[in-house]
Design a protein around this ligand. Structure first.
Ligand code: NAD
Length: 253
């Protein structure tokens, strides 16, 4: 018997990186999974590969985390396809670098909508279903939600907001069977951290010194996925309101 046999999950941002690894991990342990992403083609390829490899049901759904109607519609569609919901992983996110005095207003609002408001809206519409199954939510925050990162104020504010939301909902639902936790990764080896959001050459290296993992290496997406699976599974039945740092000691000092 695997930990997620007979269980169902939604993973947002599952076409790439941590979300892809999380969908793979939950499926490898028996879960039927909806992979929701702005990149439907990418999610479709990953969903098909997972179904082939692990023999579970998967569905790829297009959704824009920056649009609250899309968040609601995605959850409704996913729950209908899965016939219920046990696990929600709010993982979709974006990152950018900019000087605060030059940060365009529309980029600030987009950052907060995609990285923070989506967590609220997707959870809001998933909670009635999670209450029925006494399910679990795992939110993807960041070390940037715990400590400051220069030239990434919008990202840090959104990720800190996820921590506040996670703690608040953990208390709100603790006696109703739904657990709400978050993970705070430091550097993870994904496209977001290297390819799609390269570090601008104008950033002073001294200001970034505190961001390096003390272990000297970034985490692999599968390491974050293993932690998601733990927080979502019944072995973590008394774990709620936790911010789990996986950052190579980055935030230890
Ligand atoms: N990579 C890191 O170092 C790191 C560190 C800490 C936290 N995180 C967080 O982990 C999460 C996953 O990041 P990743 O590194 O795997 O990045 P990634 O770029 O590999 O994957 C992000 C996924 O989110 C999707 N996405 C982006 N905007 C979306 C939108 N508006 N609606 C729906 N889907 C959208 C993308 O299509 C992509 O599939 C993010 O929330 C990120 O902030 C990443």
């Amino acid at each position: 018997m695997k930990r997620f046999d007979g269980k169902t999950a939604i993973v947002t941002g599952a076409a790439s990186g941590i979300g892809k690894a999380t969908a793979e991990r939950l499926a490898s342990e028996g879960a039927d999974v909806v992979l929701a992403d702005l990149n439907l083609d990418g999610a479709t390829i990953v969903a098909a590969a997972i179904a082939r490899e692990f023999g579970v049901r998967t569905h790829a759904l297009a959704f824009d985390a920056g649009d609250r109607d899309s968040c609601r519609a995605m959850v409704e569609h996913a729950v209908a396809l899965l016939d219920g919901l046990h696990v929600l992983v709010n993982n979709a996110g974006i990152m950018d670098w900019a000087k605060a005095e030059e940060y365009p207003d529309d980029r600030w609002e987009r950052m907060i909508r995609i990285n923070l408001s989506s967590v609220f809206y997707v959870s809001k519409h998933a909670l009635p279903h999670l209450l029925r199954t006494r399910g679990a939510i795992v939110n993807m925050s960041s070390a940037a939600g715990l400590n400051g990162v220069p030239y990434a104020g919008g990202y840090c504010a959104a990720k800190a907001g996820i921590i506040g939301l996670t703690r608040s909902q953990a208390i709100e639902f603790a006696d109703r069977g739904v657990r709400v936790n978050a993970i705070c990764p430091g550097a993870v080896d994904t496209p977001l951290n290297s390819v799609t959001v390269p570090l601008p050459d104008w950033i002073e290296p001294m200001k970034l010194m505190g961001l390096a993992p003390k272990t000297g290496k970034p985490s692999a997406p599968a390491e974050i996925a293993a932690a998601v699976a733990y927080l979502a599974c019944d072995e973590a039945c008394n774990v709620t309101g936790t911010m789990l740092s996986i950052d190579g000691g980055q935030t230890a000092s």
